[in-house]
Ligand binder design. Structure first.
Ligand SMILES: C[S@@+](CC[C@H](N)C(=O)[O-])C[C@H]1O[C@@H](n2cnc3c(N)ncnc32)[C@H](O)[C@@H]1O
Length: 290
């Protein structure tokens, strides 16, 4: 019977190590880990201890905070992020996409302009693929135009799943029946794969929202849902002006059900529906106000 090593250590994260991990998670990714999450953090990092060969949380903590731990920091953040997602989650946003956003997109496309939508914090891909399915079914004319749905996330492991586009029967249950028939194909192991027509509109990139955003041009709509809820108020407040700069005039931003634009940035957005906002004013005036 083993009496030492990671399995035993996994049961005993000390307060100092937890505080150091929490500080690192905030610094690297904006994630807020209150003390009440210590058990969750322990269990999520248990595998990291085993894979790095670190015998205790204390030694793991020292390693991940050191210069040698740079690569491990990315894997630690990947382990600490919450990646829960569903197809057509908070379906009222997809109703709005169809009824309020698509008419503008169609007009833009007919005028020869490009269409760009950003799923920021896209997790395993259900959100950008739901957007693609929604556009395909509501406006087939759009999909042959210059249109792109960008899915970004800080977590490279979850982006691999998003690229694979394979989901279990339970995971696809949120997709309306008619779309399941049109947009899914059978894959190995009883799974279902989002088909090429839907995948073709979507590109995935690794991106930390706290760092620079290399994308050029403005988005017609940004879905950033159930992401900023893991950040503190100051980090959230710092993001809204940056999002505003990236939204086309009259473009949209959709947030998760428990998320709101901070008061300090409300002048940049007009509330328009449940956790939905339209960019207020022109982009340049929004940039000046920042
Ligand atoms: C709960 S999921 C939300 C997925 C999807 N937007 C939805 O609503 O179903 C949150 C995602 O945000 C990502 N995330 C957390 N911190 C991030 C950061 N600093 N930059 C980019 N993505 C981040 C996580 O990796 C995770 O995949």
């Amino acid at each position: 019977m083993r009496t030492s090593g990671p399995d035993t250590a996994a049961q005993s994260m000390d307060n100092k190590s937890f505080a150091a991990i929490a500080a690192l998670a905030k610094e690297e990714a904006g994630l807020i880990l209150p003390e009440g999450k210590m058990t969750m953090v322990q269990s999520r990092l248990r595998k990291r201890l085993l894979e790095t060969g670190q015998p205790t949380y204390e030694t793991y903590c020292k390693f991940v905070c050191s210069n040698e731990g740079t690569a491990e920091r990315r894997l630690m953040i990947s382990a600490l992020t919450t990646n829960v997602s569903h197809f057509f989650r908070e379906s009222h946003h997809f109703d709005m996409l169809r009824t309020k956003v698509v008419p503008t997109l169609l007009q833009k496309a007919r005028d020869g302009q490009r269409i760009r939508i950003w799923s920021a914090g896209c997790s395993s891909g259900q959100e950008p693929y739901s957007i693609s399915m929604c556009l395909h079914s509501a406006a087939p004319e759009l999909v042959s135009r210059d249109i792109l749905i960008l899915g970004t996330d800080i977590d490279p492991a979850i982006l691999e799943k998003a690229e694979a586009a394979c989901y279990s029967e339970q995971q696809i249950s949120g997709i309306p029946e008619d779309m399941r028939k049109k947009y899914l194909e059978h894959a190995n192991g009883g799974q279902f794969r989002v088909n090429a027509d839907i995948r073709r509109l979507v590109r995935f990139r690794e991106l930390n929202l706290l760092r620079e955003w290399p994308m050029k041009g403005a988005f017609d709509a940004i879905f950033c849902r159930n992401v900023v809820i893991y950040f503190d108020a100051a980090t959230q407040a710092s993001l809204w002006p940056r999002f505003r700069q990236r939204i086309a005039n009259n473009g949209w931003i959709f947030l998760g059900h428990s998320e709101r634009i901070s008061d300090s940035a409300l002048h940049l957005f007009e509330p328009n529906g449940m956790t939905a906002y339209q960019a207020a004013g022109s982009g340049s005036s929004a940039i000046r106000k920042e």
